[in-house]
Each structure stands twice: as structure tokens, then as C-alpha cells.
Design a binder for this molecule. Structure first.
Ligand code: KG4
Ligand code: ZN
Length: 337
């Protein structure tokens, strides 16, 4: 089954052609990062206008590099939420137009569910034998840590499409915390990659608070951000690199400890990592090193927003009969469980 995936929930316009949920024939991402960087964050109105400009060329490129036309497709999978309504509407309406014109089924995908399904995709770079490494398919039951710009969720998955929310952020999402810390340190937008890069030249020598939120698997990152802000305002940060390294360690420590604890408690077979923050090297290494349970992590290119993960998720939805009608609408605050 060949699925065209379409993603436009935030500031990336993306399209991909994926076969049977796991074989990536093409993946195109048009990023708006440079446009939003001058405002220090995503400007929703600007984002939707950029999606309108980019969506058709991006789909054309995805089809061309897959060597496919619309008539070679079997279905369309499109993100319907959570995200910015004006951005989501662009992807959804194009998806519905193509589905209607070609007589194809369409399935609406939860963006967070898409992030989880990045774990079913192969690595993008070939291994020593020239094969694109296919890490083993995830095994249920599993716990997935989803850490993106808008969400930090710990989710129990007992099967495809079955989610129990075990923990969530009480305030800032992990990616949002990275973005705000980068702004405090004058490192620009998006903050995650900037903090990680700056941290490489520093030592985590500054004591920052770790909110343990005892008795729950919820997260809170506003305290560590505020502590950093107070130090910066008080002129007490002599080294941006040390501050970045200390902040990164404080956030990643909490993410790793809570994820391992909840996975042990739930006696799951695997831990999965997902979302933009999952491309962070310290988090990837930290989780693998601290967990007695096997950890699966997508290739970094499938961690940040893309449409291959949406097509992968769409495949498993369609296989279980989840076809939507052309009355499908966006749900900006869509929940996972
Ligand atoms: O999943 P994503 O691409 O978009 C959303 O769905 O939000 O995640 C974007 C977030 C941003 O907050 C960005 O700063 C963060 O992921 N991020 C990182 C890294 N790369 C991206 N955070 C920490 N370390 C990274 N290397
Ligand atoms: Zn995302």
C-alpha cells in the first residue's frame, strides 16, 4: 500500500511517499525556520501563508523523487492536530482535494501519534553493508517518551492505536524549555540544536533545579528555566557554554529518570523515544545507558517534523479500518489518549 503523507501542523511543510508503513520512497520537508527565527518563534499567520506557498511544490517533489504519480497512490494520510489551525487547514484541504480527485481513502493522523510511529521507520543512512538499517519493529507493551516543542508525554502503548497517558508536562514542554533557555542565553531559534551545540564546549558546572514531581510521572520545566533567567539577569553566568551544558543536563536528567522509572513500573518490553527533542544526543545516550529495558530511537531525521512518520502511522490506521470521510476537520488541541 502506497501512502502519501502530508504534514503542516507547525512550521514545516512536508510530504512523503511510504510503502506498507515502513519503506520510505521519498520524504520532502520545506522548513520555515529562517523566516520565524527573526521573531524568535513561530508566527502562526506567517506559517499558514508559507504552507500555502510550499505545499504543492513539496508534494510534487515527493511524488517525483518516489517516481510516482497521483495514480500510483493507494491512500492519503494527513495531520489533523494538534497544531496551529491555520497551518493544519492547508495540509488537510490539499489532502482532501487529492483524495476526492483521485478517489482515494484519507485518514486523519494525530501529530503526536505520528511522532511515535517514526520508530517503525528505517534509519535513513546506510550501514556498512550499504543496507538501510531497519531497527527491530517495536514490541508491545511499550512506553514512549514524546518530547517536542509543544508536548512532553509519557505514554503506555499496549497495541497499535492504544494509548494510556501516564505523564505530561504541567507547564513548559521540553522543547519549549530548550527554546526559551536559548533565548535567555542569546543562542537564537530553534533553541534545542543551539543549546546542544553550545553545550559541547561547556561543562555542566552550574547547579540548576530538577523538578522531581514526586508521586506522579508529570514533568515541570518552568523552574529550571526561571532559575537560568535569574542567574542571567543577575549577571552570574560567566560562560554561555557552561550554562547551556548545565541546562541541558538538568532537563535530560529528569526525562531519563522518569522514563526509566515508569517503564520499570509498567513492566514493558521496550522504551521508545519520539519528537524533536529525541534528536538530542545526550538524551539518546542517557536513555540507552540508564535503561535496563531495550530502547528504540528513530533516526534523527525522523525525530523532527516530517511526513514519513505521518504516512507510517496512517498505514497502521488504515489497516485497522480507520478511514475518514471528506467531512474530516482539523482539531488544533487534539489529544492522544
Ligand atoms: O517535534 P518537533 O520538530 O516539532 C513539534 O512538534 O513541536 O520539535 C521541535 C522542538 C523544538 O522545541 C526544538 O528546539 C526541539 O524540538 N529540538 C531539540 C533538538 N532538536 C530539536 N531539543 C533539544 N536538542 C535537540 N538537538
Ligand atoms: Zn512535531
Amino acid at each position: 500500500m502506497r501512502i502519501l503523507g502530508i504534514e503542516s501542523s507547525c512550521d514545516e511543510t512536508a510530504a512523503a511517499v511510504v510503502e506498507d508503513g515502513v519503506k520510505i520512497l521519498s520524504s520532502q520537508v520545506a522548513s520555515q525556520v529562517e523566516i520565524h527565527a527573526r521573531y524568535g518563534g513561530v508566527v502562526p499567520e506567517v506559517a499558514s501563508r508559507q504552507h500555502i506557498l510550499a505545499i504543492l511544490p513539496v508534494i510534487d517533489q515527493a511524488l517525483a523523487s518516489a517516481g510516482a504519480g497521483f495514480s500510483d497512490l493507494d491512500a492519503i494520510a494527513v495531520t489533523i492536530g494538534p497544531g496551529l489551525s491555520g497551518s493544519l487547514l492547508v495540509g488537510l484541504n490539499v489532502a482532501k482535494a487529492v483524495a476526492f480527485a483521485q478517489g482515494l481513502p484519507v485518514t486523519g493522523v494525530n501529530h503526536l501519534e505520528g511522532h511515535i510511529y517514526a520508530n517503525w521507520l528505517p534509519y535513513s543512512s546506510p550501514d556498512a553493508e550499504g543496507e538501510k538499517a531497519h531497527h527491530p519493529a517495536p514490541q508491545f507493551p511499550l512506553v514512549c517518551l514524546i518530547v517536542s516543542g509543544g508536548h512532553s508525554n509519557l505514554v503506555l502503548m499496549k497495541g497499535h492505536g492504544q494509548y494510556v497517558l501516564l505523564g505530561r508536562t504541567r507547564d513548559d514542554a521540553a522543547g519549549e524549555a530548550f527554546d526559551k533557555a536559548a533565548r535567555i542565553l542569546g543562542l537564537g531559534y530553534p533553541g534545542g540544536p543551539a543549546i546542544e551545540q553550545a553545550a559541547r564546549k561547556g561543562i555542566a558546572s552550574i547547579k540548576l533545579p530538577r523538578a522531581t514531581m514526586k508521586g506522579t510521572y508529570d514533568f515541570s520545566f518552568s523552574g529550571v528555566k526561571t532559575a537560568l533567567l535569574r542567574l542571567a539577569e543577575g549577571g552570574k553566568l560567566s560562560s554561555v557554554a557552561d550554562a547551556a551544558a548545565s541546562f541541558q543536563e538538568a532537563v535530560i536528567d529528569v526525562l531519563v529518570n522518569k522514563t526509566v522509572a515508569v517503564a520499570r513500573e509498567q513492566r514493558v518490553k521496550q522504551i521508545l523515544l519520539a519528537g524533536g527533542v529525541a534528536s538530542n544526543g545526550l538524551l539518546r545516550r542517557g536513555l540507552v545507558e540508564s535503561s535496563p529495558i531495550p530502547v528504540l530511537i528513530p533516526d534523527p531525521v525522523w525525530c523532527t517534523d516530517n511526513a514519513a512518520m505521518i504516512a507510517a502511522c496512517g498505514y497502521f490506521r488504515l489497516k485497522s479500518g480507520k478511514i475518514d470521510g471528506l467531512d474530516l476537520d482539523v482539531i488544533p488541541s487534539l489529544k492522544l489518549a
